[in-house]
Unconditional design. Structure first.
Length: 296
């Protein structure tokens, strides 16, 4: 069963790409930067735990929260399913596709057969829009090929994987309720909420406090047991290119502010838009320096 006329939403970041596909099925066509902005997604995190072989640098809010914010701010409804049973998890998805509804999945991309870089990352999102006896047909980011497929077995392993950021076979669908709220009001509220969260982090490793912490501890990476040049390079590469941080979200937020300024010039977002252009370039430079430190 494959949903016909499933027109892919092409995006750079996995969660916004997935939400974009589900919204397109609802007749909504926001840009990817608009989704990040409305989802109050801009942040930063320095994450290190005993289960991780190396620290993780992220540039956005927690997984799932971005989707929840988009749904809340646009007055949409979301149906989420989680289960420890692989068979029940598949039936949850299969029943939706059989009724012509694409489904968002959260999983560990390590198991997806079309991924060339085998890195465990259980906070990855894809849209499934079809299946047959052997394969699941997915929409991923531009970087991963957009229209892709993987075996049903590999998809099951990816969805049930355990570890940091993993969920219990999480799947979700989005539907419209009534009329959409006033976009200008939504934008103002989302910018305010995102700024407030960024300036009032609950713990020391998030948002601007997380950046300060990173600056203090990054020099000690070389002293970590088992550290390799590959792990340091991987941290820089993930930060910049894998949809987890670096310039990607700063560029997207820049474009979000630019789009809002075009729509509503009275919000006076032209100057913030220019500042984020400079900020994004600086994040790219940081990523390059981390990779260079590993190479050297």
């Amino acid at each position: 069963m494959i949903i016909e006329n499933c027109n892919p939403f092409y995006g750079k970041h996995c969660e916004t790409t997935t939400v974009g596909n589900l919204l397109r099925n609802c007749g909504l066509e926001p840009s990817e930067p608009m989704l990040l902005g409305i989802g109050e997604g801009l942040s930063f995190i320095y994450w290190d735990s005993k289960q991780m072989e190396f620290p993780f640098l992220g540039g956005r809010c927690k997984p799932d929260v971005l989707t929840e914010n988009i749904v809340k701010n646009l007055n949409l409804s979301i149906q989420v399913s989680q289960t420890t049973s692989k068979s029940k998890a598949w039936e949850n998805v299969k029943s939706k596709i059989d009724n012509g509804i694409p489904v968002g999945l959260k999983l560990d991309c390590y198991y997806l057969e079309y991924f060339t870089q085998k890195i465990h990352f259980a906070g990855h999102y894809v849209t499934i829009y079809g299946y047959d006896k052997k394969f699941a047909y997915l929409i991923d980011t531009d970087q991963q090929g957009s229209n892709v497929k993987t075996s049903l077995e590999s998809l099951s392993d990816a969805r049930s994987a355990k570890g940091p950021m993993s969920s219990k076979n999480r799947s979700f669908t989005i539907a419209r309720r009534n009329e959409l709220p006033d976009l200008k009001s939504v934008i103002v509220s989302a910018i305010y909420n995102n700024a407030y969260e960024y300036l009032n982090p609950p713990i020391q490793n998030i948002s601007f406090k997380g950046i300060i912490k990173t600056a203090k501890v990054i020099g000690s990476w070389f002293e970590r047991p088992g550290v390799t040049r590959e792990l340091i390079i991987q941290a820089g590469t993930l930060m910049e290119k894998a949809g987890t941080g670096g310039a990607l979200f700063r560029n997207m937020y820049r474009d979000f502010l630019g789009e809002c300024n075009d729509l509503f010039p009275d919000l006076k977002l032209k100057n913030p838009n220019k500042k984020f252009s400079t900020i994004a370039d600086m994040w790219t430079e940081v990523s390059k320096l981390i990779c260079k430190a590993g190479e050297n």
